[in-house]
Design a protein around this ligand. Structure first.
Ligand code: SAH
Length: 224
């Protein structure tokens, strides 16, 4: 069982996503426990203010240190020990290897930024792994947290219906996945490759290996 604590200003933005499909089922089955914590609850300000203007000027608002420090200290007082991820476009790029690493943990914490990001004392004054989901800037860390929770959860034993699913797909080995087809066998003049309906498992394996190799080569050359 993996427990993921998420510190966010917008817990409601994650609710629907976390309740649906494979993630929703994994939570129901007790494979993953995702706990959403609203940073506003840790503000000492009368109006639950959590952000303020940057010293020295510049656009936007920054998340103040107080609510983040208090939230993390509260989690620790409740027994939290584990890896702490701070979401920032400047971080280590999240990939399948990173997801695999995290799926072996018992507990992780994800801190979502918003607005212009964090007061730097949050970054410096506590230990974090700074994580980015890619080279672009989101308006908040919530979609990034959703990406991480999803990619990690589906690797947990029992999360997918078929335990072999993660073994076959893109990035599990050195290659991307081979093309797959389902019913109908004929669709608008396009038919399913004959070998896949031949029942010959050795031939199917060979075809898939070859197609996976081709797909990988094409992508690595910058094809689509
Ligand atoms: N001013 C900051 C960007 C802030 S974006 C900068 O230039 O670096 C607001 C928040 O969205 C960030 O604090 C971070 O938590 C989240 N975020 C934005 N892009 C992200 C990315 N590519 N990966 C992970 N988190 C991201």
């Amino acid at each position: 069982m993996l427990t993921i604590d998420i510190l966010t200003l917008f817990p409601e933005s994650l609710g629907g996503f976390l309740g649906s499909s494979i993630l929703g089922l994994a939570r129901q089955r007790g494979i993953v426990d995702v706990r959403l914590h609203n940073l506003r609850d840790f503000s000492t300000d009368r109006h639950h203010k959590v952000d303020d203007r940057p010293f020295g000027g510049g656009p936007g608002m920054l998340i103040c240190p107080e609510p983040v420090f208090r939230a993390v200290e509260w989690l620790e007082s409740k027994g939290f020990r584990g890896r702490r991820l701070l979401l920032t476009p400047a971080g280590r790029t999240f990939d399948q290897g990173y997801a695999r690493e995290l799926s072996g943990e018992g507990r992780i914490l994800i801190l979502c930024g918003h607005y212009e990001g964090f007061d730097h004392r949050i970054v410096e004054g506590m230990s974090w792994e700074e994580v980015s989901i890619g080279n672009y800037v989101l308006s908040g860390g919530e979609p990034a947290a959703a990406v991480i929770v999803d990619a990690v959860t589906r690797l947990l034993p029992g999360a997918l219906g078929d335990p072999d699913s993660p073994k076959e797909e893109s990035f599990s080995g050195d290659t991307l996945e081979y093309p797959q087809y389902t019913r109908p066998r004929e669709f608008r003049g396009m038919s399913v490759p004959q070998v896949l309906v031949s029942g010959n498992h050795a031939e199917i394996r060979k075809w898939r290996d070859e197609e996976a190799r081709k797909a990988t080569e094409k992508r690595r050359q910058g094809g689509s």
